[in-house]
Design a protein around this ligand. Structure first.
Ligand SMILES: NC(=O)C1=CN([C@@H]2O[C@H](COP(=O)(O)OP(=O)(O)OC[C@H]3O[C@@H](n4cnc5c(N)ncnc54)[C@H](O)[C@@H]3O)[C@@H](O)[C@H]2O)[C@@H](O)CC1
Ligand SMILES: [K+]
Length: 505
């Protein structure tokens, strides 16, 4: 499913109208009808008493079409114009005239509280993608009163007051129970805090063919099962007549005395995701105690000067294990250490196969990687917002302001695939595409889940998936396993090992 900015939507609209010749009124009719259907289904098809909030733009026009259909289907409807109806122009004015000719009851918002009693639900057609900045009066007051009414609100295209591109919510912003996105999802509906304001999001086709989005180079997508299969061409079925060598060999450079569990989770998750073999490189001191913990994993003890961490290890020793590997993961539980930057740059340059970098590997490269040469093989970085902030030397708040935009820019600039973790994980590619994940839950915000993801992505790379496939499939399956674990245990009880236990590829 495509995700667009308001500017992209404007281009697509214009193309559909001017070049394809689809009349705006036809699009508006489809939009309004889809909204009326969403409203009717909200109450299980029962006839209700609706208040229709109409602004002066086309978002208001959509609302007026919906009002007409609801009347037609037997609902009671009152239109509340935010501004004098004679201020509506173009297609919205056409809808105003039709509503008036049909005698649909209407009133104009006057400053001072409106009487919201007696209605069952509200349709929000105040402001759509044509909004600039925070809602001005009288829109601001209508939005505040609508929220305070406690009635369920169904928003048309976006909740009025939402920044359609970044997901920032202005003050005020409609708090919807449901949002009907027209034609394509708007970026703001899949980024926080917009996700919270939009409620349940449904996308309604309005007659703009999907090919138009492709033709216009729309490259932002919702990560769904269908997208993985159809757009990313992922075939998840194992072939018969294969042996463990067919599924690749992962080297996990992970864990240290204080955080050996991170390495364990990473190695185990890699195995559960289907690669044939996993070798876990650990500081030598830890190798002995770890023997036998996961019998399926091979151990590579790296000389560590007796410290049990990576500070005295030589990158050359690690590289000597790389030759027959199909993918390498570096980072989970390695800690930070002096000379870490040099150590990491030797691995960055010396590992010839696909590489996933996570956790302290990201922290230690933050001050240097901009000058490193681009790697030939696939490179995937998996920062959480804190690590992303360190990589970019900005605050976490700045990272979270527009995750899609930021991730896309980073990947384009540095030629790496980026997995920006957090609610609605974003995957960005060096080709400028971005994917927003649909799986996962807050229960996954617990120690070790990132280590699991790193192992999974490395495993998928070792099995021959390219960087975008491995990152997208890994993130999607990780969230899905987390959802299954939460369904069994509840979100609070969920721990990282449960995700590994629920993995089914
Ligand atoms: N263009 C098209 O082809 C279609 C557009 N559709 C609808 O049209 C919407 C976009 O329509 P418009 O471009 O007319 O814009 P909107 O309906 O989003 O409304 C913007 C109107 O509000 C005013 N405004 C802008 N910022 C404001 C603010 N901060 N406070 C108060 N008023 C503000 C503007 O002057 C403008 O009149 C979409 O969200 C969608 O609902 C649909 O009807 C389908 C077809
Ligand atoms: K709206």
């Amino acid at each position: 499913m495509y995700i667009v900015t308001s500017e992209e939507m404007r281009h697509l609209d214009r193309y559909a109208i001017d070049s394809v010749g689809i009349p705006v009124l036809a699009l508006m009719e489809n939009a309004g009808r889809a909204v009326a259907e969403a409203a009717q289904s909200h109450f299980g098809g029962e006839k209700r008493n609706w208040l229709i909030l109409a602004g002066k733009g086309n978002n208001g026009g959509d609302a007026l079409v919906a009002a007409r259909h609801l009347v037609e289907w037997g609902h009671r409807v009152t239109i509340l114009y935010a501004e004098e109806p004679d201020r509506l122009t173009g297609e919205a004015a056409v809808q105003r005239n039709i509503a008036a000719a049909l005698g649909i009851s209407s009133t104009v918002y006057q400053t001072g509280p409106f009487n919201w009693r007696g209605f069952d639900g509200i349709l929000d057609g105040l402001l759509g993608t044509g909004t600039k900045g925070a809602p001005r009066e009288p829109y601001a007051s209508v939005i505040k009163e609508a929220n305070e009414s406690g009635l369920p609100i169904i928003s048309i295209d976006i909740p009025s007051g939402l920044d359609a591109d970044t997901g920032a919510v202005h003050d005020p912003c409609i708090q919807a129970v449901r949002t009907v996105a027209l034609a394509f999802l708007k970026q703001g509906l899949v980024q926080y805090p917009g996700v919270g304001a939009a409620g349940e999001v449904m996308a309604a086709p309005i007659g703009i063919p999907e090919e138009i989005a492709d033709k216009h180079g729309i490259k932002t997508f919702l990560l769904t099962d269908r997208l993985l299969r159809e757009r990313l061409g992922i075939e998840r079925i194992r072939l018969v007549n294969t042996h463990k060598g067919t599924y690749g060999h992962v080297l996990a450079v992970a864990g240290s005395r204080q955080m050996s569990g991170a390495g364990l989770l990473c190695a185990k998750a890699a195995l559960r995701t289907g690669c044939g073999l996993v070798t876990w490189a650990v500081p030598d001191q830890l190798a002995g105690p770890l023997i036998g913990h996961v019998p399926e994993v091979m151990l590579a003890g790296i000389a560590d000067g007796g410290r049990g961490d990576w500070s005295a290890t030589s990158p050359q020793d690690i590289l000597s294990w790389v030759a027959d590997k199909d993918a390498v993961a570096v980072g989970p539980g390695i800690g930070r250490f002096l000379q870490g930057e040099k150590w990491l740059s030797a691995l960055w340059n010396g590992i010839p196969c696909p590489l996933v970098l996570d956790a302290d590997a990201l922290n230690m490269m933050a001050n240097a990687f901009e000058k490193w040469p681009r790697r030939q093989a696939a490179t995937i970085l998996t920062p959480h917002p804190g690590e992303m902030a360190r990589l970019l030397k900005i605050s976490v708040q700045e990272v979270q302001k527009d995750r899609i935009g930021l991730a896309r820019e980073f990947s384009l600039r540095y030629g790496v695939t980026l997995v920006l973790k957090g609610a609605q994980t974003v995957i960005a590619t060096p080709e400028g595409a971005a994917f927003v994940n649909t799986t996962g839950n807050p229960g996954m915000a617990t120690g070790g889940t990132g280590d699991v993801l790193t192992g999974m992505i490395a495993s998928l790379l070792a099995q021959g998936h390219n960087a975008v496939q491995a990152a997208c499939l890994g993130v999607y399956l990780h969230g899905r396993a987390g959802d299954q674990a939460a369904a069994r245990l509840g979100e609070s009880a969920l721990i990282a090992s449960d995700i590994i236990d629920r993995l089914s590829i």
